[in-house]
Design a protein around this ligand. Structure first.
Ligand code: TUI
Length: 318
C-alpha cells in the first residue's frame, strides 16, 4: 500500500483525495470515497450554511473515517460555512478560489487540518506562513475554476517553495498520472473528473456518459474575461458562451447566461443551458464504477507502476 506524509497526517489508507466538486461532491460521494480509504470531500460550493451542515451530519452518519469539506471562497456563504466546519469539528477543510487566511485561527483552534488549493507558488508560500498543514497544487488541466499553470509546471515549483506536503491535482485519472505526481514531488493526489463518474456521484447519467465519451480535446475554458475561468466539456452552450466572450459581451450578460448552469448540468443533463465542468483528462475516463472500485483500482495500479516503472517503460541505464 502506498503510504506518505499525507496518509500519516490524516489517518487515511491511501494518499488520494476526491475533489470537492460543486453540486457533485455530496455527503454520499464523500462518504463512499472515505469508506474506500481515500479522503472524501463535501463540496460546499455556493450552498448556504445550513445545507452544508446537513451534509456534514449525513456524512458523519455514513462513515467513521476522516472526511473533509471544500469551501469555495467566492461563495456569499463562505463565512457561515467556515464557522460551521469549525463547530462541527470537520477533520479536514480544503478551500478553493481564494485565500482562506482570515479563517486560520478559528480552524486551528478547532484542531482541524487545513489544506488550501493553490494555483501558484506565491500563494502556497503565503499559506505556509499562515500555518496550513498542506496544500493542493491544482493545475489548469482541472475541471471547474482554474488557474494558469499546468500541473507539470505548478507542482514541482510549489514543492520547492514550501516545506509542507503538496497534493497534486489536475489531469490525474490513472496510475501514470499518480506516478508522475510522485515524481514531481507530491505526497498525494486529488482527482475530480473520475469521481463525477462514480456510481455514488449525484451527477445525472447524461453528465457521466458525456465524460466517458469525451475525447482529449473536448474541454473548453469560458469566463476568462471576468477573472473566473471555468473548464467544462464543449457543448453547443459552452461554445456559444465562448463566442459571445470573443465578441466581448458585457460581464453582466455573461453572468446572466452562466448563472445556475452547473446545477442544470448536474441535475438535469441540460445540454442547452448546462455547464458540464470536467478536466482535460476526461478523454481517459472510460467507465462509470463504484467509488470503491475506482479508488482500489487506481491505488493498486499506481503501486504496481511505481514499483516497476523503469522496467515497464524499457528504460535502461548504461
Ligand atoms: O475552486 C476550484 N474549482 C472550482 S470552484 C467552482 S464553483 C465556481 N463557479 C463559478 C465561478 C467560480 C467558481 C468550480 N470549480 N479549484 C481550486 C482553485 N483555486 N483553482 C484555482 C484556485 C485559486 C485561484 C486563485 C485559488 C486562489 C487564487 O488566488 C487567491 C489569492 O488571493 O491569490
Amino acid at each position: 500500500m502506498i503510504k506518505t506524509k499525507i496518509t500519516d497526517m490524516l489517518g487515511i489508507k491511501y494518499p488520494l483525495f476526491q475533489g470537492g466538486m460543486a453540486w457533485v461532491a455530496d455527503a454520499k460521494l464523500a462518504a463512499a470515497v472515505s469508506n474506500a480509504g481515500g479522503l472524501g470531500l463535501i463540496g460546499a460550493a455556493a450552498a448556504p450554511g445550513e445545507v452544508v451542515e446537513a451534509m456534514i451530519k449525513e456524512a458523519k452518519s455514513l462513515t467513521d473515517r476522516p472526511f473533509g469539506v471544500n469551501i469555495m471562497l467566492m461563495s456569499p456563504f463562505a463565512d457561515d460555512v467556515a464557522r460551521i466546519c469549525a463547530e462541527q469539528k470537520v477533520k479536514v477543510v480544503t478551500t478553493g478560489a481564494g485565500n482562506p487566511g482570515k479563517y486560520m485561527e478559528m480552524w486551528k483552534a478547532a484542531g482541524m487540518k487545513v489544506i488550501p488549493v493553490v494555483a501558484s507558488a506565491a500563494l502556497a508560500k503565503r499559506m505556509e506562513r499562515a500555518g496550513v498543514d498542506a496544500v493542493v497544487a491544482e493545475g489548469t488541466e482541472s475541471g471547474g475554476h482554474i488557474g494558469e499553470l499546468t500541473t507539470m509546471c505548478l507542482v514541482p515549483q510549489v514543492v520547492d517553495a514550501v516545506s509542507i506536503p503538496v497534493i497534486a491535482a489536475g489531469g490525474i485519472a490513472d496510475a501514470r498520472g499518480v506516478a508522475a505526481a510522485f515524481a514531481l514531488g507530491a505526497q498525494g493526489v486529488q482527482c475530480g473528473t473520475i469521481f463525477v463518474c462514480a456510481n455514488e456521484s449525484p451527477a445525472c447519467d447524461t453528465y457521466k456518459q458525456m465524460i466517458v465519451d469525451a475525447k482529449d480535446t473536448e474541454t473548453i475554458v469560458t469566463g476568462r474575461n471576468g477573472g473566473a475561468p471555468i473548464r467544462s466539456l464543449k457543448t453547443k452552450f459552452t461554445r456559444k458562451l465562448a463566442k459571445l466572450e470573443r465578441e466581448e459581451i458585457s460581464q453582466e450578460e455573461f453572468e446572466k447566461l452562466a448563472a445556475g448552469s452547473l446545477r442544470k448540468a448536474v441535475q438535469d443533463g441540460n445540454l442547452e443551458e448546462g455547464t458540464f465542468m470536467a478536466g482535460q483528462i476526461s478523454g481517459l475516463v472510460d467507465r462509470i464504477a463504484p467509488a470503491k472500485e475506482i479508488v482500489d483500482q487506481l491505488m493498486a495500479s499506481s503501486e504496481e507502476l511505481l514499483k516497476n516503472l523503469v522496467a515497464e517503460r524499457g528504460i535502461r541505464f548504461e
